[in-house]
Design a protein around this ligand. Structure first.
Ligand code: KG4
Length: 333
């Protein structure tokens, strides 16, 4: 079954064709990151307008690149929540038009379910149940993936997402947006024990997380150092900050896997591209006898293929959208 899938929840417009949820025939992506970089973050209206400009071209390119005719498609899928509402609306409306024009079923896909499904593309053998830490620019969730379409949130950030924290730290260091990769590169030459940052524990649920205290600690450190006229060891700050994020994420995920008796853990989302977090997960998984799944870098960030992958399993579970499908800024997984 070949599904044409759209993604437009933030600042990437994407159209992909995925076969049977596991084989990517094409994955066309246009990243708007450069357009937003001058503002230091995503400007919602610019994002929406840019999606409008590029989505039909990407759809045409996808069909061409897969060597297919439009009539050969079996279904249309779209990421319909959560995200910047104006941006999500563009994808939803375009996908609805495609489904109507081609007379194909329309499959709505939760964006974070899509991130999790990126692992199905990278690892053909991976099947639920497993535990997944989804870490992106807007979300940080620890999810028990009981089945392809049966998921339970075990914990979530109470404030900022992990990616947001990387972006804010980069901003205060004068690094470009999005800040995750520049921080990752800067951290390579740093000493992660030079600065000590807080690792938050929140009341009520051991799997809930918090990153706003860490963000404030970084901002305060940078300002205090500047005010005293001292030199900031930027590489060590990046390394110490990344260690603090990783120490918030990795032990929690391992603990949850042990408590739930899961022997497989997956990581997903843009922040899963971080080299320190990947290495820490690798080590922790080995030490605890857990099988680890992390997508290759190109499948960590937003893309259409992950939406096409999850859409296949939603389709098998009977999920369909009608012509009244709407977009949602927030939605439970
Ligand atoms: O999943 P994604 O592409 O978009 C959302 O769905 O939000 O994630 C984007 C986030 C940004 O905050 C970006 O700074 C972060 O992923 N990111 C990274 C790295 N590459 C991207 N964070 C840490 N290390 C990286 N190498």
């Amino acid at each position: 079954m070949r599904i044409l899938a759209f993604e437009s929840t933030c600042d990437e417009t994407a159209a992909a064709i995925v076969e049977d949820g596991r084989r990517v025939l094409t994955d066309q992506i246009f990243s708007q990151a450069e357009l937003h970089a001058v503002y230091g973050g995503v400007v919602p209206e610019i994002a929406s307008r840019c999606h409008v400009e590029s989505i039909s071209l990407l759809a045409e390119r996808a069909v061409q690149a897969a060597g297919m005719e439009k009539r050969d498609l079996d279904a249309i899928a779209v990421s319909y929540a959560p995200g910047l509402i104006g941006a999500v609306l563009v994808g939803v409306n375009f996908a609805k038009s495609c489904a109507l024009a081609l007379n194909k079923p329309l499959i709505p896909v939760h964006h974070i379910r899509g991130h999790i499904a990126a692992n199905y593309l990278a690892y053909p053998e991976l099947e639920p149940p497993f535990l997944c830490l989804a870490i992106s620019g807007g979300n940080t969730l620890l999810v028990d993936v009981r089945g392809y379409t049966d998921m339970k949130i075990l914990g979530a950030t109470r404030d900022d997402a992990a990616g947001e924290c990387f972006d804010k730290t980069a901003r205060v260091l004068g690094l470009p947006y999005p800040g995750g990769r520049p921080i990752d590169l800067l951290a390579q030459g740093g000493d992660d024990s030079r600065y000590v940052f807080p690792i938050s524990h929140v009341d009520g649920n051991p799997y809930d997380m918090s990153f706003s205290g860490l963000k404030t600690a970084v901002i305060n450190l940078v300002h205090n150092t500047q005010q005293k006229g001292e030199e900031l060891d930027r590489a060590s700050l990046a390394a110490s900050f990344t260690k603090a994020v990783s120490d918030s994420l990795v032990p929690r995920t391992i603990q949850a896997a042990r408590e739930l008796g899961r022997d497989k853990i997956a990581v997903a989302g843009g922040v899963a591209a971080n080299s320190r977090i990947r290495a820490d997960f690798q080590r922790a998984a080995e030490e605890n006898g857990l099988k680890l799944y992390i997508p290759p870098l190109k499948l960590c960030g937003d893309n259409g293929a992950m939406i096409g992958a999850q859409a296949y399993y939603e389709y098998l579970a009977g999920v369909r959208a009608g012509s009244d499908l709407n977009a949602y800024a927030t939605m439970d997984i």
